[in-house]
Write a protein that binds this ligand. Structure first.
Ligand code: FPP
Length: 250
């Protein structure tokens, strides 16, 4: 698929990077090698999607539930984040030339389970890439969809308690303003490779009308052609947003 077709493009694509462990196992490698291969694919797909002009992407990198994995695997994934961030710091000029900028979403409060040095690095990288014109790439780390909604609800409760907002007047936008993705378009398309067909607590609010695309390919084997196939399926589907087929919104 080439650029210049932006009216057919989803405004926001969510990607559940799954299958790294199985990919590594098939090759007799440690699971961390699968995640390493997954990072390389992540970079390729960011570049490809940004070239096409997709406005926003969100990659599910580490969920609030992933902490129950072996200490070795968790440490390996954290080390991958650290390496990626350190590499990005060293290559500031290269980042400037990229057509995408990275944001991190999830519970990244100091004092939480994500190592403090990683939080410092990623917040610093975000500050250096505030250019709003580029494709936004959200990386979800220590992220859970229910937790995100709960956090947004708490914010509203605090506002209501201080009489800044009347409960009866609350609207969807008020809740959305408290999500990590506030100000970004809702998900139009979710891609999940590796044969699993579920959301796994990924962006539950933002996916209300998302088209879902599943494939058996394992994430480290995912290519630009798979991304194209997902985009083509998205274009073929009639999106009705609850209306009848004769009254389509998009
Ligand atoms: C799911 O595959 C993958 C993860 C839980 C981790 C994904 C993390 C990365 C690719 C690192 C991301 C880093 C950056 C910088 C984007 P799985 O391990 O559940 O695979 P399996 O289902 O085959 O076991």
């Amino acid at each position: 698929m080439s650029g210049g077709e932006s009216k057919l493009l989803p405004r926001h694509v969510g990607i559940i990077m799954d299958g790294n462990g199985r990919w590594a196992k098939q090759r007799g490698l440690p699971r961390t090698e699968g995640h390493k291969a997954g990072v390389a694919v992540f970079e390729r797909i960011c570049e490809y999607a940004a070239d096409l002009g997709v406005p926003a992407l969100t990659f599910y990198a580490f969920s609030t539930e992933n902490w129950v994995r072996s200490a070795e695997e968790v440490a390996g994934i954290m080390e991958l984040f650290r390496c990626q961030l350190q590499k990005a710091h060293r290559r500031a000029a290269e980042n400037e030339a990229k057509r995408w900028r990275i944001r991190y979403i999830g519970d990244l409060e100091p004092g939480g389970p994500v190592p403090a040095d990683i939080i410092d690095l990623l917040r610093d990288m975000e500050r250096k890439a505030m250019d709003k014109d580029r494709t936004v790439v959200n990386i979800a780390v220590n992220y859970g969809g229910r937790q995100e909604i709960l956090r947004a609800a708490r914010r509203l409760a605090v506002l209501a308690q201080s009489n800044a907002i009347a409960p009866a007047e609350l609207c969807e936008q008020d809740l959305e303003d408290g999500l990590y993705t506030a100000g970004q378009p809702p998900l139009d398309l979710i891609i999940r490779p590796s044969g699993e067909q579920r959301l796994s607590n990924f962006m539950l609010w933002q996916s209300a009308y998302a088209e879902l695309w599943f494939s058996d390919v394992l994430w480290p084997d995912f290519t630009e052609q798979h991304f194209d196939a997902a985009l083509a399926a998205f274009v073929r589907r009639g999106r009705r947003f609850g209306a009848t087929g004769e009254d389509e919104k998009g």
